[in-house]
Design a protein around this ligand. Structure first.
Ligand SMILES: Cc1cc2nc3c(=O)[nH]c(=O)nc-3n(C[C@H](O)[C@H](O)[C@H](O)COP(=O)(O)OP(=O)(O)OC[C@H]3O[C@@H](n4cnc5c(N)ncnc54)[C@H](O)[C@@H]3O)c2cc1C
Length: 400
């Protein structure tokens, strides 16, 4: 599947982040991580740091899947508001996942700091705006639900939203916790650091084609015919994983983005992530190189050709919506692109074992804020492998 259109800005800005050899001989390791996007990079970092002999492979160049298209807002809020998620999955799973989202942003910030990774990471506030009076009603319920569990939130009236952010809306939740980064660069930093410090081995253009399960290990055959013998395989294979599974786990969505030419960004926009409840939604953030990134206009994914044909039209719509919402804002679009992401039935990811795949774990960080789920996956799998209990293994299990 083509996971994204041709020219996400990050690819043009950063170029190829690194090329690695393809695998040409048989090797042995403890953990084989399949997939070199942000999920695989974080998992490989975690396991190699813990001392496991870890190998990472990708059928493409590293990070050229969904990760290269990502707009990299780091938010604790999920695709499903907290009050609605509580009804869907119960209070424990919903509240724990929201609170873990906050911790994941903190954790990623600490990892980036310890790696001294130059990947545009910046902590930001986040503003979730009601598009209509009707939306303001449920958003206020959502605000109260978040306040009850101790999240640092403030309610902004229509007038305060206008005064503080020069934005039009019927009210908003202002959250203290959020961040943004260039996740494509972050993958490079994680992988290079792990190779240098923890002896991670990385092979690109190396596709997993077949797995033979032995008693306590497995043999993975890759393109070219070499065999990787591993104790465990971690599938960090993104949206293409659906093709491996009998159960339907994800609905695919096309999403659209443009980034503006550099401009003098007003201070009230620079340090804040914006999200609007309009259907389809709209989001916006400033980048560390003084551009404004606008995204949304999601629709059901049909095929990559249709998605990519819509880019120009969607860019126009996004521009119109953003400049109507923020009346003083003048944006000149520079690059536009599209990508495919997916949502699950309850907005939670799938992380853990699958009954059809012995000796393996999946980390399917599906959802609009998949990056925070990828971060959660690090500790969850670390516990799973060490035999430690972790409540998220229950919340995020397959066939829940
Ligand atoms: C336009 C867009 C905007 C987004 N914005 C945000 C955002 O603001 N915040 C956020 O948190 N999330 C966002 N997301 C979602 C986020 O980007 C994804 O959750 C994340 O990139 C997924 O990373 P991944 O590593 O799981 O998957 P991928 O990056 O797709 O990596 C999976 C890799 O597995 C490899 N692979 C698959 N099968 C095999 C095989 N058999 N053998 C070898 N390799 C294989 C693929 O080649 C691929 O490189 C956005 C997504 C899109 C498309």
């Amino acid at each position: 599947m083509k996971l994204r259109s041709k020219e996400p800005y990050w690819l043009l800005k950063n170029g190829l982040i690194g090329t690695y050899p393809s695998l040409q001989k048989d090797i042995t390791c403890d953990i084989l991580v399949v997939g070199g996007g942000i999920t695989g990079a974080l998992i490989a970092y975690q396991f190699s740091k813990e001392g496991y002999r870890t190998v990472l492979i990708d059928r493409r160049d590293i990070s050229l899947g969904s990760t290269s298209a990502s707009t990299s807002l780091l938010q604790y809020e999920l695709d499903e508001p907290l009050y609605a998620l509580i009804k869907k999955v119960g209070a424990n799973a919903a509240i724990d996942t929201y609170l873990e989202g906050v911790r994941s942003i903190e954790k990623l910030g600490s990892i980036i700091k310890s790696l001294k990774a130059d990947c545009g990471f910046e902590r930001k506030q986040s503003v979730y705006m009601a598009h209509s009076k009707k939306d303001a009603e449920w958003l206020l319920t959502e605000f109260e639900a978040r306040q009850r569990i101790g999240l640092k939130v403030t309610w902004l009236t229509k007038e305060r939203l206008k005064r503080k952010f020069d934005a039009t809306g019927e009210g908003a939740i202002l959250s203290e916790t959020g961040a943004a980064t260039d996740v494509y660069q972050l993958v490079r930093c994680l992988i290079e650091y792990s190779i240098k410090n923890y002896r991670l081995r990385v092979f690109d253009h190396t596709e997993l084609v077949k797995v033979e399960n032995l008693k306590d290990s497995c043999e993975a055959k890759v393109s070219g015919g070499s065999i990787i013998k591993a104790r465990k395989i971690v599938y960090a294979t993104g949206y293409e994983s659906q093709a491996m599974l009998r159960d339907k786990v994800v609905d695919l969505i096309s999403t659209f983005t443009f980034i503006s030419e550099p401009l003098k960004i007003p201070s009230h926009l620079r340090h804040t992530l914006f999200w609007d409840t309009e259907d389809p939604y709209l989001y916006m953030r400033a980048t560390d190189d003084n551009r404004i990134l606008v995204g949304g206009e999601d629709e059901q994914f049909k095929n990559p050709e249709r998605r990519d044909r819509l880019i120009d039209k969607k860019q126009e719509l996004l521009l119109k919506k953003a400049t109507t919402k923020f009346s003083g804002l003048k944006l000149i679009p520079d690059y536009a692109w599209a990508g495919t992401f997916g949502v699950t039935k309850d907005a939670l990811p799938y992380i853990g074992e699958h009954p059809d795949y012995p000796n393996a774990y999946f980390v399917l960080a599906f959802g609009g804020n998949g990056i925070t789920f990828s971060v959660m996956g690090m500790q969850i799998l670390s516990d799973a492998l060490a035999g430690r209990p972790n409540k998220f293994l229950e919340y995020f299990r397959f066939r829940r």
